[in-house]
Design a protein around this ligand. Structure first.
Ligand SMILES: *[C@@H]1O[C@H](CO)[C@@H](O)[C@H](O)[C@H]1NC(C)=O
Ligand SMILES: *[C@@H]1O[C@H](CO)[C@@H](O)[C@H](O)[C@H]1NC(C)=O
Ligand SMILES: *[C@@H]1O[C@H](CO)[C@@H](O)[C@H](O)[C@H]1NC(C)=O
Length: 292
């Protein structure tokens, strides 16, 4: 009975067609909140942090009223001297459909303290664009924590080798992930957690990616769009994707200046070939079944 109730509550929050009403202005300052009607829901709730000093009050967006349904949370143009980390279990009371962080320098450990825990069945879109993230993406990044005195209290600061993506773990309803306009260098088969099972669109454009290793994208069983444009790729191996469960429809590899014209023309046939390959593999499996 209890389980059913919890399930129903989750169901209504997730599919309900309204964001929460904005709380009084002073309650979440320096954040501000906007309710707008939209074509497909009564109230669309956006909260925005783009004023000086906002970086020290990121936690004020959560728990203002008991439980807020936020359609869009935006952090943009935050001017910090040191790169920003998202607070520990940041949005634990609120439920967020879309989170966008833009034009704001982030620490490579910005997701280290589980800031998105609790969003597993709500978050649909995550944008982390132009946030000065450099290096390789990893879920098993080596890291060393140390306590430093900051903003009148001790905080744990991590040194990480790589951009830690383990904080995306559990985001089972995430459909769009955009990491464009950073300085990502490498994607490996441990760059993303394995439970982003509904991810449809992955945007890695405008980075400096030169290496994508085997099986790098095999965990995305629902991927339809992959944007790798404006990078430094020379090759893209076919085994970066899973076959035969291949769902990809759009692959953008434009503006990878190091890709030779031969590889470029190979890319043109890439999707077609993979589709045929997928079909062949399936047919072979079927044959094996009938043999047995
Ligand atoms: C942003 O930071 C720079 C240097 O830290 C400073 O000169 C500038 O005034 C800041 N801008 C705002 C809007 O706070
Ligand atoms: C990236 O963000 C910086 C501020 O951090 C801004 O000055 C710059 O114009 C942004 N670049 C793009 C491509 O949006
Ligand atoms: C990931 O790649 C490494 C080599 O780069 C390989 O040893 C490992 O087995 C791969 N893991 C998976 C799950 O494919």
């Amino acid at each position: 009975m209890m389980t059913t109730l919890i399930f129903l509550a989750a169901y209504f929050v997730h599919f309900g067609n309204a964001g929460s009403p904005c709380p009084p202005k002073a309650d979440m300052d320096p954040w501000f909140c906007i309710n707008t009607p939209s074509s497909h829901q009564d109230t669309y709730t956006s909260v925005i942090c783009n004023r000086p000093g906002c970086e020290n009050h990121l936690d004020r967006v959560d728990g203002v009223t008991d439980h807020m349904m936020l359609d869009r949370v935006i952090i943009s143009d935050v001017n910090t001297s040191e790169s920003l980390m998202l607070p520990k279990e940041w949005l634990s009371v609120s439920r967020v459909r879309e989170l966008e962080i833009r034009d704001t320098p982030l620490s490579r450990c910005f997701l280290c303290e589980n800031p998105l825990s609790g969003q597993g069945y709500y978050m649909n879109k995550l944008v982390v664009s132009n946030c000065s993230l450099s290096g390789h993406l990893c879920t098993n990044c080596p890291k060393i924590g140390k306590a430093v005195y900051k903003h009148d209290r001790y905080e744990k600061v991590y040194q990480v080798n790589g951009i830690d993506m383990i904080g995306l773990k559990g985001l089972r309803t995430l459909e769009t992930l955009d990491l464009s306009f950073n300085k990502l260098e490498e994607v490996t088969n441990t760059s993303f957690p394995y439970d982003l099972i509904n991810l449809k669109k992955l945007v890695l454009s405008h980075n400096v990616i030169s290496e994508i290793s085997s099986k790098a994208f095999t965990m995305f069983r629902a991927l339809t769009t992959l944007d790798l444009s404006h990078n430094q790729l020379q090759v893209l191996r076919r085994d970066v994707f899973s076959v035969p469960e291949f769902t990809l429809k759009v692959l953008n590899v434009r503006q990878n200046s190091k890709i030779t014209s031969r590889v470029r023309s190979e890319f043109k046939n890439f999707l077609k070939i993979l589709k045929q390959w997928g079909k062949e593999l399936k047919d072979q499996e079927k044959e094996k079944e009938t043999e047995n």
